[in-house]
Design a protein around this ligand. Structure first.
Ligand code: NAD
Ligand code: LMR
Length: 328
């Protein structure tokens, strides 16, 4: 029996993500929480003839408490998206408080749940979530994840186009670091099976993966950022967590994690210095069972990208932690 909660379920990501979770054989109960329209989205999805029971909650009548109680996995895409000209960090002012309040609810009502943060800026909102959980003495690094899967999905799609691979899902490309611009580091040299990227195409491919989010923001022209591709990516990640929890072996996806308390993280922490970093994670019944330190295998070109990523992450992480430790 798995109860999944989507917080921000009526939004551009929340609705298609909730649809995909309703279709998943791994979910038996789906609770949708939002400040608007979640009962409507729940009523709509509840007519689909899959086994998951769907309910919708608004803040009134203890809605957050009722949505979260008994949850095994909580996915958080609540918050405002970018408009052209904005960075993800520009979202901090509004989204930091939204994530703080939702994760406070998780700490109170679902302290053992897996927590998947989609709300931007992920580089900072995940440290916020960690500090909130620490404050309530329920922080388990194995269960808190920043969802960076869209970067992996884009790396597959864009690299396949460059190398002429007709099925992008055949490419296993580790993308590490953070989730914004040049904190995103695709380790294309570690792609399996190996790909040959023409030297004159490499810079453009890396930039396209790093700034793929901007392409969508510009194309939507003021009406938001990636929602459908993010729903698919968020679902892919949530199912990976649920498969690991169900005892399936060999389930690995990159995720932005706290570099302590998970097998493999001490080596990675020694290498990067920052407290959070996205690396390939293997999932098990308790969540993150192992983090893979593939960074020493990166080539010199990628090592330069890693340095830029780490330099950027220091400030993003400190900003998130400060927001809880020394509230404004
Ligand atoms: P959206 O505006 O369409 O939806 C956000 C939803 O959150 C809305 O329904 C809103 O009512 C709800 N909400 C706001 N405050 C809330 C609260 N306190 N509690 C519960 N729900 C609340 O936005 P979107 O396009 O779905 O994007 C959501 C977030 O996801 C943005 O911050 C965006 O930048 C981020 N995002 C992250 C990734 C990633 O790769 N991690 C990818 C795309 C978008
Ligand atoms: C993305 O990568 O598409 C998201 O982080 C949304 C954004 O603001 O670009």
């Amino acid at each position: 029996m798995v109860k999944a909660v989507v917080a921000g379920a009526a939004g551009g990501i929340g609705q298609p993500l909730s649809l995909l979770l309703k279709l998943s054989p791994y979910v038996t109960e789906l609770a949708l929480y939002d400040v608007v329209n979640s009962p409507g989205v729940a009523a709509d999805l509840s007519h689909i003839s899959t086994k998951a029971k769907v309910t919708g909650y608004l803040p009134k009548d203890d809605g957050l408490k009722n949505a979260l109680t008994g949850a095994n996995i909580v996915v958080i895409p609540a918050g405002i998206p970018r408009k052209p000209g904005m960075t993800r960090d520009d979202l901090f002012k509004i989204n930091a408080g939204i994530v703080r309040d939702l994760v406070t609810g998780v700490a109170q009502y679902a302290p053992d749940a897996f927590v998947l943060i989609i709300s931007n800026p992920v580089n900072s909102t995940v440290p916020i979530a960690a500090e909130v959980l620490k404050k309530h003495n329920v922080f388990n690094p194995k269960k808190l994840f920043g969802v960076t899967t869209l970067d992996v999905v884009r790396a597959q799609t864009f690299t396949a186009a460059v190398v002429g691979e007709s099925d992008p899902t055949k490419l296993n490309i580790p993308v590490v670091g953070g989730h914004s611009g040049d904190t995103i580091v695709p380790l294309l040299s570690l792609t399996k099976p190996k790909v040959e990227i023409p030297a004159d195409k490499l810079d453009d491919l890396v930039k396209r993966i790093q700034f793929g989010g901007d392409e969508v923001v510009q194309a939507k022209d003021g009406l938001g950022s990636a929602t459908l591709s993010m729903a698919q990516a968020g679902f892919r990640f949530a199912e990976a967590v649920l498969k690991g929890a169900a005892g399936e072996k060999g389930i690995i996806e990159p995720a932005y994690i706290y570099l302590d308390g998970i097998d493999g993280t001490s080596d990675i922490k020694r290498e990067v210095g920052v407290a959070f970093f996205s690396v390939p994670v293997e999932f098990g019944p308790e969540g993150a069972a192992k983090a893979y330190n593939i960074l020493p295998e990166a080539n010199d070109y990628e090592k330069k990208l890693l340095k830029v990523s780490i330099d950027g992450l220091y400030g993003n992480i400190a900003k998130g932690e400060e927001f809880i430790v020394n509230p404004p």
